[in-house]
Design a protein around this ligand. Sequence first.
Ligand SMILES: [Zn+2]
Length: 139
Amino acid sequence: MTTQSSTESHTHSNTEADTDLQHGSCHCGSVKFEVRTAVAPATRCNCSLCRRKGALMSPTFAAGELKILSGEESLTLYQFNTRTAKHYFCKHCGIYPFHQTRKDPQLWRVNIGCLEGVDPYTLEASVANGASLSVVEDA
Ligand SMILES: [Zn+2]
């Protein structure tokens, strides 16, 4: 995958491979998925939704890299503001496993806390200024 963004840092400070096949699930286990993505650089976001959810997110990956293994019927879609991004969460346990970004519908991110064997608290994370992308202030 190539990214057009030149603002992102490409210095990898850890030894993780760029993209690994990751296994993930929501908290109750209804939703299980696998995804080929890097976990660094990890990102938080200050938009009105993310600051409430507080999740640490993976870098973006192409839509085709995400495979939902089970529980697609347990996923509920939440949209707000421009309604471009698609924020999914499990209707049983309320956990957000992944979302389709607003900048480019072909690009997705996962909740790093949902990935097996990855400790989100060991990753350094920057904060994306998602709030500045909001068309409607404080939506
Ligand atoms: Zn669940």
